[in-house]
Design a protein around this ligand. Structure first.
Ligand SMILES: [Zn+2]
Length: 55
């Protein structure tokens, strides 16, 4: 589980997730890219070029 960079919501990441996969915060809807680190996962802002989220 990692914290959303936007709202600190705890995002559940499956253990078999791969680096580079995109996860979406269930609370605020932000998308993040998964980075694998030694003690689990980290998030970085996803590249959403070309997508309009309409906010
Ligand atoms: Zn969030």
């Amino acid at each position: 589980m990692v914290q959303c960079l936007e709202c600190d919501f705890n995002i559940i990441i499956p253990k078999d997730s791969l680096e580079g996969e995109i996860v979406t915060c269930q609370d605020c809807g932000s998308s993040f890219e998964i980075m694998k680190v030694t003690d689990g996962f980290k998030l970085k802002p996803a590249q959403t070029v070309g997508e309009d989220w309409g906010q």
